[in-house]
Unconditional design. Structure first.
Length: 124
């Protein structure tokens, strides 16, 4: 990652600003940081990330609800800080793996799956 710091002259209220540009080969992000340490993002990165997480969460829920595997239709999912969390109960370890496989194609390079599904205990 390349980071460039550029100090701009003081504006009308007398506070100098440091502009930080951080980028990777995939995307660039520009932040303006005031001297008091409070970061202000130019394009609300957190809001964009949350919106992306909500889209992935809705798609994953739809995939699970419409799956041909009836055992995974009641599995719930949530995306939190780039982690797709699967929760619920399934009858076997195989169905736990199937639920993960159903949503795996939705992942991009930033998301990972946390499979917290529990297997029902056979009480025969």
């Amino acid at each position: 990652m390349i980071e460039i710091l550029v100090e701009r002259p003081a504006d009308t209220n007398g506070s100098a600003k440091i502009q930080r540009r951080a980028g990777t080969s995939r995307r660039k992000q520009t932040k303006s940081i005031e001297r008091n340490g409070t970061p202000q993002t130019t394009a609300s990165v957190a809001a964009v990330q949350r919106e992306h997480e909500q889209v992935i969460e809705a798609q994953a829920s739809a995939e699970l609800r419409t799956s041909s595997y009836h055992a995974v239709r009641n599995v719930s999912c949530e995306v939190c800080e780039c982690v797709l969390i699967l929760r619920g109960r399934v009858p076997s370890f195989y169905m736990k793996q199937i639920a993960q496989t159903v949503v795996r194609h939705l992942l991009d390079g930033n998301l990972v799956i946390d499979n917290q599904l529990e297997m029902e205990v056979d009480r025969a």
